[in-house]
Design a protein around this ligand. Structure first.
Ligand SMILES: [Zn+2]
Length: 257
């Protein structure tokens, strides 16, 4: 092992390497770096590429291919040379998840998105409003759920098996982002928004006594949660959710075509 200090004459490139981040990934950089196609980063000779990329603010969960100037793909554990340039591609969409249909776990800030994923998409979505980061990672790993979050620090945890950064501040945009990324099969109105349980169709006569007169008059299609007993009827949340279901189906079709 040589420990060689560069002479003053040696170029800056001996202390740096260069990342070419795809525009999709530059949103994670500080504003002053977002326009530049090539980002110089310090080279210490020991850090792996994953460490270097994440130190710029980009979680590995968002990174796809890592490509050297000669076109060679390298693993996140690769230790780049000084002066080397590495192209950093975004994760490929739709993203394949081991085991087929993705199941999700959402962090404490994404409660509205959790309810949307359950009702609008029928996706198996775990959510609790009281879990710390370590507990979230543990559950995601144990149950093989994709951890969805807007907290980059959480997504950068080394133990996490699979996670995804959710783009957008409005729940509708967040839903569209998740459906674009994973293109999961959709089964609207099959899951309880409250507890993630599965819904069964139920005859009106069985739930009539639970309904207000207006609801009893207006609706004929009902479902009940197997786990918590919550009763649903079409239109209960207004046509807004129906629109969301249609919108979600369209965005998935757009990907497949
Ligand atoms: Zn329920």
């Amino acid at each position: 092992m040589t420990d060689r200090s560069p002479s003053p004459k040696e170029s800056r490139a001996h202390h740096e390497l260069f990342l070419r981040l795809s525009p999709d990934l530059r949103i994670f950089l500080p504003a002053r770096h977002r326009e530049a196609e090539t980002l110089p980063v310090p080279h210490d000779g020991t850090s792996s590429l994953v460490h270097i990329v994440q130190s710029t603010g980009v979680p590995l969960t968002e990174v796809g291919a890592l490509v050297l100037a000669d076109g060679r793909r390298v693993a996140p554990e690769y230790r780049p040379e000084a002066g080397e340039t590495v192209r950093v591609e975004p994760v490929e969409c739709p993203q394949r998840v081991p085991g087929g249909t993705p199941r999700f776990l959402l962090d404490v800030h994404l409660g509205t998105l959790a309810r949307r994923l359950r009702l609008v998409a029928g996706l198996d979505t775990a959510y609790h409003n009281d879990m710390d980061d370590a507990a979230l990672v543990e559950q995601a790993n144990a149950e093989r759920r994709v951890l969805l979050s807007q907290d980059r620090g959480l997504l950068m945890r080394r133990q996490l098996w699979l996670g995804a950064y959710v783009r957008g501040s409005r729940p509708d945009d967040q839903l569209a982002d998740v459906l674009d990324r994973f293109a999961p099969p959709l089964a609207p109105w099959t899951r309880c928004t409250a507890c993630n349980g599965l819904l069964d169709g139920v005859p009106k006569s069985e739930v009539e006594h639970l309904l207000r007169p207006g609801t009893r008059r207006t609706y004929d299609t009902f479902a009940r949660c197997r786990d918590c007993g919550h009763v649903y009827w079409r239109g209960a949340h207004g046509s807004r959710l129906e629109e969301l279901v249609a919108g979600a189906a369209e965005s998935v079709r757009a990907i497949e075509s």
